[in-house]
Every structure is written in structure tokens, then in C-alpha cells.
Ligand binder design. Structure first.
Ligand SMILES: *[C@@H]1O[C@H](CO)[C@@H](O)[C@H](O)[C@H]1NC(C)=O
Ligand SMILES: *[C@@H]1O[C@H](CO)[C@@H](O)[C@H](O)[C@H]1NC(C)=O
Ligand SMILES: *[C@@H]1O[C@H](CO)[C@@H](O)[C@H](O)[C@H]1NC(C)=O
Ligand SMILES: *[C@@H]1O[C@H](CO)[C@@H](O)[C@H](O)[C@H]1NC(C)=O
Ligand SMILES: *[C@@H]1O[C@H](CO)[C@@H](O)[C@H](O)[C@H]1NC(C)=O
Ligand SMILES: *[C@@H]1O[C@H](CO)[C@@H](O)[C@H](O)[C@H]1NC(C)=O
Ligand SMILES: *[C@@H]1O[C@H](CO)[C@@H](O)[C@H](O)[C@H]1NC(C)=O
Length: 465
């Protein structure tokens, strides 16, 4: 009795040698740790040779390990769970792969090994996992790949190597991955690729290269991919970027200190926040762009009607672009525009003809400007509320503000420089101002009524036409 108990629970030392260390034979009964596919508190050392169960556990499709420390995936994992399709072993301190690691893993479809301590992906390690679709190796300590690291992964569609320490990748690294669709290399130290690295990945449609060290990006690398869905180049240092694709649905290049961007071919969505653009990107097929986000760029007042060729725009973000006025014909061609964000600029008022072609507008964000209260009131009544357009309120402290119109901050002073500097000496001057304000208010109420009337007349005229 005592003997049996010992056999089942105690740790025995195997008399074989494993990687130079004595391998420990241990029994870690999965039945004790796992309930409904969630396993907790599993401890497996680097030198342990672990038996997981007395007999195979069939029909277990999914396993997730939590709060566990597992230096390596146990040898017998896929013998013990022959039907396993999804294995989640994230944040489990996995350090190494051991050969043969994936023998018998032909049912495995998804393997999540993010947030571990892996340093290497040995050659041919995935032999046996030949139906793997999704592989996440993000947040490890990987520095290099071999050109046969991913050998045998002929069904792989999604691969994440994000947040590792790759500086370069060998030419053949992705060659076996003929069905690869989604590749995430974000958060590494890459600055260049060998020419032809993606030439066998003809179905590659999403490529994330954000948070790397690219100074240039050669679209030649993706010349064989006929239709890219997303290219993310954010947080690199791409001062002057030219992209040349047949079609790329969406390009993200936020935080790149970009001064100039040219895109040949068709592009539909562009996110270019926080760059140094003083002019809009040059895109011969600008008419096919539906979404353009250039927030946080020093574009200024958009002189020379630069949006005239962006005729298909549905979303436009001009937040924090240093505008202090908007020319009245700037949005003349934006008849499809549904969303316009001009928040966080220095706008004081606008000319109403600006809105005459914005027939599809549903969302108009204009908070955080220097609005004149009388103008703002007019804007709200004659346009925003009248057309039932959604807007956003300000969150500025009330002490810094003259007034709110429907939650949006405004000032009465015509001198913009006094903005946010008031608060002291609210004495006679303030009193005087209040009187003037009241005068203007009653004056504007009259004007406003007239304005509303004119708008109504215009609408009626339009109806008749
Ligand atoms: C994680 O494991 C430790 C010790 O192994 C235990 O004290 C803790 O309660 C566990 N937490 C969870 C959420 O399982
Ligand atoms: C990893 O697990 C530890 C506890 O085991 C926890 O403190 C930590 O937040 C987890 N990290 C991530 C990225 O999940
Ligand atoms: C594999 O990599 C080596 C260098 O590490 C290189 O010489 C060789 O040509 C590569 N093989 C393939 C098939 O890409
Ligand atoms: C690419 O995807 C299409 C559609 O899913 C598929 O028919 C084709 O075989 C794939 N090409 C390769 C090289 O896997
Ligand atoms: C803006 O981009 C620069 C790099 O060009 C970066 O250092 C900075 O953190 C970014 N700012 C924000 C708010 O993301
Ligand atoms: C580009 O836009 C034009 C005009 O709207 C349209 O006819 C054409 O099909 C579009 N091309 C692509 C590739 O989206
Ligand atoms: C426009 O960009 C600003 C700044 O990045 C952001 O806060 C805002 O949410 C964006 N607007 C929309 C409608 O996405």
C-alpha cells in the first residue's frame, strides 16, 4: 500500500541521461489539474520526463494552461491527448522545444505560446504538426530563425512572431508557409528583409511590421501578392515613403515622422496619425480612398483645395492638424463623407458654404476648438441639430471656459489669444463683457432666426428642383 502510493506520487530519477542532465521521471496527472479544458498549477521542470496520464484521454479538443510553470511541452502531450486541436500555453515560462516535440500532433490546429521564454525555434521542430493553422510565438526572446524553422507547416495561415528580438530573418524562413495569410512581426528590431522573402507566400494578405526599425520599406517585397488587406508600418522611421501595390485595402503608418507619402495603385483606408505631413499624401487613385486619418500632422489650413481628388471619402480625420480656418470650398467634392473630425484645432468660426456638399454627413466632431459662442450656437441650430448629426462634447474644466453650447466649449472674446488665460481679475472688465455678451446674444438670436428661415427656404427650393 505504502509502496503503491510512492510509485504514484513520488519523483523517481531515471537512469538515462538527457541533454547531459539526469532526467527526472515524474507523474503529473492531468486529471488532477484540468477541469473542462482549463489546467492550473502544473509545474514541469526542464529536466523532467513527465507522464500525464495512465492512458490516452480521448475527445479533449482544447486545453488551456493557467498559473503554470512548464519549461517545455511534455513529450507525451499529443499521445495523452490525441484529439487535441487547440493548445494554449501562454505565460507558462516555456523555455525550450525538444525533439521530437510534435509527433502525433496531426490534429493540432492552433498553438498559442505567447509570453514565454523561448529563445530558439529549432530546425524542423514542427514535424508532425502538419495541420497547424494558427501559431502564436509573440512575446518570447527569439532572436533568429533558421530557414527550416517552420518546415512542415504547409497549412499555416496565421503566424505571430511579434514582440521578440529579431534583427534580421533568413531568406527561406517563410518558404514552407504556402498558405500564410496573416503575419505579425510587430515589435521587433527589423530594418530590412532579404529580397524575395515573401515570394512563396502568395496568399499573404495581412502584414504587421509596426514598432520596428524600418527607415525604408520596399513594396517590391510584396509584388507577387495581388491583393493585400492590411499593411501596418506604424512606429517606424519612414520619413519619405513610396508604396507601389496593385491593391492594398488598408495602410497604417502612424507615428513614423513621415514628411512625404506617395501611393501608387489602389488603396482604400489610410491611417497616418502623428506624422510630420505638411501636405496630404500623393495618390493618383485618390478617388478610391474611402477613409483618411491624418490627425496630428502639421497640415495647416489646407490651401489649394488638396481634397478635390479624394471624391470617394467616407471618413476624414483632420483632428489636431493646426487649422485656424477652413476655406469654403475644401469639402466641395466630399458628397459621400459620413464622418468628419476637425476637433483639437484653433477654429473660431466656419463659413456655412463648407457644409453645402456634405450631404451624407452623420458624425461631425468639432470639440476642442476656439469656437465663438455665437457662431457655435448657430452651427448647432442651423446645421448639426437640424440634420440630426452626432457630435462630441468637450471635457475642458468649466473654470477655463466662457460657456458651453450643448456641451461644446466656446468663448465670447474675439481675441483668440485670451483663450484659457482668464480666471483672474474677473472684475469690471468681466462685467462689461457680460453686458456686451448679452447684447450680442439677443442680436444673434434675431440673426439666427433669419438664418434658419433662409435654410428652410433653400431646402424648399431644393425639394422643388
Ligand atoms: C496560482 O498558483 C499559486 C501557487 O502555485 C496559488 O497560490 C494561486 O492561488 C494560484 N492562482 C490561481 C488563480 O490559480
Ligand atoms: C503571467 O502570469 C503571472 C503569474 O503567473 C502574472 O503575474 C502575469 O501578469 C502574467 N503575465 C501576462 C502577460 O499574462
Ligand atoms: C538556408 O540558409 C542558409 C544560410 O543560413 C543559406 O545559405 C541557404 O541558401 C538557405 N536555404 C534556403 C533553401 O533558403
Ligand atoms: C490561396 O487562397 C485561395 C483561396 O483561399 C486558395 O484557393 C489557394 O489555393 C491559396 N493558394 C495557396 C498557394 O495556398
Ligand atoms: C508620435 O510619433 C513619435 C515618433 O515620430 C513618437 O515618438 C511619439 O511617441 C508619438 N506620439 C504619440 C502620442 O503617439
Ligand atoms: C476605383 O474607383 C472607380 C470610381 O469610383 C471605380 O469605378 C473603380 O472600380 C475603383 N477601382 C478599384 C480597384 O477599387
Ligand atoms: C481622430 O483622431 C484623433 C487623434 O488621434 C482621435 O482621438 C479621434 O478619435 C479620431 N476620430 C475618429 C472619428 O476616429
Amino acid at each position: 500500500m505504502k509502496f503503491l502510493f510512492l510509485l504514484a506520487c513520488a519523483t523517481a530519477v531515471l537512469h538515462t541521461h538527457y541533454s547531459g542532465h539526469a532526467a527526472q521521471l515524474r507523474r503529473v496527472w492531468m486529471q488532477d489539474h484540468c477541469h473542462h479544458g482549463i489546467c492550473t498549477g502544473v509545474e514541469i521542470g526542464r529536466n523532467d520526463y513527465v507522464i500525464l496520464s495512465q492512458m490516452p484521454i480521448a475527445k479533449q479538443l482544447m486545453l488551456t494552461f493557467l498559473n503554470s510553470s512548464i519549461a517545455k511541452i511534455p513529450h507525451l502531450m499529443f499521445d495523452t491527448f490525441p484529439d487535441l486541436q487547440v493548445l494554449r500555453m501562454e505565460n507558462c515560462s516555456v523555455e525550450v522545444f525538444e525533439k521530437p516535440q510534435f509527433e502525433g500532433a496531426s490534429n493540432l490546429m492552433s498553438l498559442f505560446l505567447g509570453h514565454n521564454k523561448l529563445r530558439d525555434i529549432p530546425k524542423n521542430i514542427f514535424l508532425g504538426a502538419d495541420n497547424l493553422h494558427t501559431l502564436h510565438l509573440n512575446h518570447n526572446q527569439l532572436r533568429t530563425l533558421h530557414n527550416s524553422s517552420f518546415h512542415a507547416l504547409k497549412e499555416l495561415q496565421e503566424l505571430s512572431l511579434a514582440d521578440n528580438q529579431f534583427e534580421q530573418l533568413p531568406l527561406g524562413a517563410f518558404t514552407p508557409l504556402r498558405k500564410l495569410i496573416d503575419l505579425n512581426l510587430g515589435g521587433n528590431r527589423l530594418s530590412a528583409f532579404p529580397r524575395g522573402i515573401f515570394d512563396r507566400n502568395l496568399n499573404l494578405t495581412r502584414l504587421n511590421l509596426a514598432r520596428n526599425r524600418f527607415v525604408v520599406f520596399e513594396s517590391e517585397l510584396l509584388k507577387l501578392q495581388p491583393h493585400l488587406k492590411q499593411l501596418d508600418l506604424s512606429s517606424n522611421e519612414l520619413h519619405d515613403l513610396t508604396l507601389n501595390f496593385a491593391v492594398v485595402e488598408s495602410v497604417l503608418a502612424n507615428n513614423c515622422d513621415m514628411r512625404k507619402l506617395t501611393i501608387y495603385g489602389y488603396v482604400y483606408e489610410l491611417e497616418l496619425r502623428n506624422n510630420s505631413l505638411r501636405e496630404l499624401p500623393h495618390i493618383p487613385h485618390a478617388g478610391n480612398v474611402t477613409s483618411l486619418d491624418v490627425a496630428h500632422n502639421p497640415l495647416g489650413t489646407l490651401q489649394g483645395n488638396p481634397l478635390r481628388r479624394f471624391t470617394g471619402l467616407q471618413r476624414l480625420n483632420l483632428s489636431a492638424t493646426g487649422m485656424n480656418e477652413i476655406q469654403e470650398d475644401v469639402f466641395k467634392k466630399q458628397t459621400h463623407l459620413k464622418l468628419l473630425d476637425i476637433s483639437a484645432n484653433s477654429l473660431y468660426n466656419l463659413k456655412f458654404p463648407i457644409f453645402s456638399n456634405l450631404k451624407s454627413l452623420q458624425y461631425f466632431y468639432f470639440q476642442e476648438n476656439n469656437w465663438n459662442c455665437d457662431f457655435l450656437q448657430l452651427l448647432m441650430n442651423s446645421f448639426v441639430k437640424k440634420r440630426d448629426i452626432s457630435f462630441m462634447e468637450d471635457t475642458t474644466e468649466p473654470e477655463l471656459v466662457d460657456e458651453y453650447v450643448d456641451g461644446v466649449v466656446c468663448w465670447y472674446e474675439s481675441n483668440k489669444n485670451t483663450k484659457k488665460c482668464s480666471g483672474e481679475g474677473l472684475s469690471e472688465a468681466a462685467l462689461e463683457l457680460a453686458i456686451v455678451r448679452n447684447d450680442i446674444k439677443s442680436f444673434m438670436e434675431v440673426v439666427e432666426k433669419k438664418f434658419v428661415k433662409v435654410y428652410r427656404m433653400l431646402d424648399e427650393l431644393k425639394m422643388r428642383l
